[in-house]
Ligand binder design. Structure first.
Ligand SMILES: Nc1nc2c(ncn2[C@@H]2O[C@H](COP(=O)(O)OP(=O)(O)O)[C@@H](O)[C@H]2O)c(=O)[nH]1
Ligand SMILES: [Mg+2]
Length: 635
């Protein structure tokens, strides 16, 4: 779809039918089609089978386990699997020591040199699995160091990591891992987040307040042999219980159903027991029974590796894969199809508008030339002088457009300033100071509320400036339309309400996070500092998105004006040239008239082709279905 869109864009550009900013917005959408990600996060207490499920769904084709999955804490750091075309297959690891510095994870992502890179040989499953072992590497540090890194809490000794005989504490060696692989599903934009258990998730605030809430789907895993334990419930409450419906989707998986296959019970008895356990689980979590999927990741993986269809079906893994494919990727592609439709419609409008302008200029010229029939040289010379004068007048008055532009730019600069990082710093200053204050912060909820109120005010100010710009543009467009017979339309300004909603979601994720026991961690300065940085980074990205939308909007208004000025100048040039040629070789009038007829025919054929290209693009959509197919064929 991206490619076809580019073809349409290039073709329109070649015929100069697009406004200035248009190919940029096409490029933006093409890039988005290529780089848009949909994240599925696997969240659970350790040893529930997250890594095994990832192996079964994504890596069975390698004929073995790729992500380390065994008893105990194997996944020590959060691991993202995804695909970026500009990188070779590799594993990138961020050292745990970065926790001692204030930068947020989002900032470390932008510093590739800080990550340790291990190249992966995707044709060698053993090398691949060996490299992946790195995500379970640990370091032995003193208790003080463990405390500084956020893994040791004197107030919650039961959650502390094991202490060795020599008094040293085992902590993860890496803070975060990024795996880059050209797996078909990852190439389609899927990003899988594998998380360590409760303890380690809690140590990285950004997982809780940024990554997990932004995931399009979160898979929560329980094990049939342990049932719902206290720590499972803590994870559920902290990360999934209050997830909002619409934006993301939650799946609950009851894993390890093979532990119920005791070889003595009949299939009916086992099925019955599985149903009962699903119902109990659903009840405990406050869901309906059909929201809990029972399966065996391990048997699913084994069945795929061995090519055992019976076992695969018994593992019930395929049901989970279908759900994942259907709901997640199809949903994302649906969104993209809508975006492409919008973009094509916009290109069509622009191109049609330019074509209409050209048609009108041509028919006026035709009238002008027909009026010259049978006229003598001096009338023709008069006509030419008049045209040249008209052109000079036009060029002169077109400079008044510059005045409009400068007011427009002034208002825009105000908008840019409002959405800049200086504003964020300023509006969140009180909240940041409150967070950084030593000791327990009981009034922190109020500080959040007022900080976010400030940010919402900023969005409203931006909205009202947009209104001013809009009013000014529509006034001057109307004027230009009457004066010059232009057909300028104002484009409606992007609605900032959307970003207020995004801000509210950020506020909610912080409140929720602090509500589930992270509040006392806030008394630690380095933790508070991280929270502040993570907050700023997230708000900044919302403000930047708003800015991007505003830039596109502004460009579409000013480039329309450029297009119409350009077409008008060109028409003057053509009219003067036609008359010049008639003057030079008297008798050429008939030919000139024919030329104009030809040009009108050419416009008709461009119009037809525009129709055809757009239709082709819009019917090429049916993407959703292919995704579910990919999921099942890949494995
Ligand atoms: N019997 C059984 N064991 C499983 C299943 N899935 C995972 N396991 C085992 O449970 C242990 C923990 O799995 P792992 O994927 O590392 O859990 P994680 O910590 O949630 O990533 C490993 O020994 C797995 O082999 C399953 O479906 N059935
Ligand atoms: Mg794991």
């Amino acid at each position: 779809m991206g490619l076809r869109l580019k073809v349409l864009g290039d073709w329109l550009k070649e015929h100069e039918l697009l406004d200035d900013g248009a190919d940029e917005s096409v490029q933006r959408l093409v890039d988005q089609l290529r780089s848009d990600k949909v994240m599925v996060a696997f969240v659970a207490e350790f040893s529930r089978g997250k890594s095994e499920l990832i192996n079964a769904v994504f890596f069975a084709g390698y004929g073995r386990r790729i992500m380390p999955a065994s008893a105990g804490r194997t996944t020590m750091c959060p691991t993202e699997l995804g695909y970026e075309a500009h990188l070779p297959p590799c594993l990138r690891l961020l050292p745990i020591e970065t926790r001692l510095k204030p930068q947020a994870l989002l900032e470390w992502r932008m510093a590739p040199e800080q990550w340790t890179r291990v190249d992966l040989d995707v044709n060698d499953p053993a090398q691949l699995a060996g490299a992946m072992e790195k995500v379970s590497e640990v370091l032995h540090v003193s208790e003080d160091e463990a405390r500084a890194l956020g893994f040791w809490h004197d107030d919650r000794p039961e959650d502390n990591p094991p202490v060795n005989a020599d008094g040293s504490v085992e902590v993860p060696r890496w803070r975060h891992a990024l795996i880059n692989m050209a797996h078909p599903l990852l190439k389609q934009g899927l990003v899988v987040l594998d998380t360590p258990g409760l303890n380690a998730i809690g140590a990285e605030p950004e997982l809780t307040i940024n990554l997990i809430p932004q995931a399009q789907a979160v898979v929560f895993i329980l094990a049939a042999d342990t049932g719902v334990t206290k720590s499972d419930l803590t994870v559920w409450r902290a990360h999934l219980a209050t997830m909002e419906g619409g934006e993301g989707t939650r799946f609950v998986v009851l894993n390890k159903i093979d532990t119920l296959w005791d070889g003595l019970s009949t299939f009916e008895q086992i099925d019955h027991q599985i149903e009962r356990q699903c119902a109990e689980t659903a009840h405990t979590l406050g869901l309906s029974a059909d929201q809990v999927l029972a399966l065996s990741a391990q048997k699913g993986l084994l069945a795929k590796v061995r090519g055992d269809d019976v076992l695969l079906s018994e593992s019930r893994l395929p049901e989970f894969e279908q759900l994942l494919g259907r709901q997640v990727l199809a949903q994302r592609q649906g969104m993209l199809v809508t975006a492409v439709r919008g973009c094509v419609a916009n290109l069509q409008t622009q191109a049609r508008r330019t074509l209409a302008v050209r048609r009108r200029e041509l028919s006026e010229q035709l009238l002008e030339l027909k009026g010259l029939r049978g006229k003598n040289d001096s009338v023709i010379r008069q006509m030419r002088l008049r045209l040249e004068q008209e052109k000079a007048d036009f060029d002169h008055s077109a400079s008044s457009v510059l005045a409009v532009r400068s007011v427009h730019m002034k208002l825009l600069r105000e908008v840019f300033k409002l959405l800049g990082s200086g504003t964020i710093k300023q509006e969140l200053a009180t909240l940041s100071a409150a967070l950084r204050e030593p000791g327990l912060k009981l009034g922190i909820k109020k500080s959040y509320a007022s900080g976010f109120d400030n940010l919402r005010q900023v969005m409203r100010k931006v909205q009202s400036l947009e209104g001013e710009i809009q009013a000014m543009l529509s006034h001057s467009f109307r004027q230009l339309n009457t004066e010059h017979g232009f057909s300028l339309h104002t484009v409606s300004a992007p609605d900032m309400a959307r970003f207020e909603i995004d801000l509210a979601a950020v506020e909610r994720s912080h409140m929720q996070y602090l509500g589930v026991g992270a509040m006392f961690q806030l008394s630690r300065p380095e933790f508070a500092e991280k929270l502040v940085r993570a907050l700023h980074a997230r708000v900044r990205s919302i403000f930047e998105t708003a800015l991007g939308d505003i830039e596109i909007w502004t460009k579409s208004s000013s480039s329309q004006l450029n297009t119409q000025l350009r077409e008008r100048r060109r028409a003057y040039g053509r009219r003067i040239e036609a008359i010049q040629r008639i003057q030079d070789a008297a008798g050429g009038l008939g030919e000139r008239i024919e030329e104009i007829d030809d040009q009108e025919v050419a416009l008709d054929s461009i119009d037809d082709k525009l129709d055809r290209l757009s239709r082709e693009l819009l019917t090429a959509g049916g993407a959703g279905a292919s995704v579910a197919a990919a999921l099942t064929t890949v494995a």
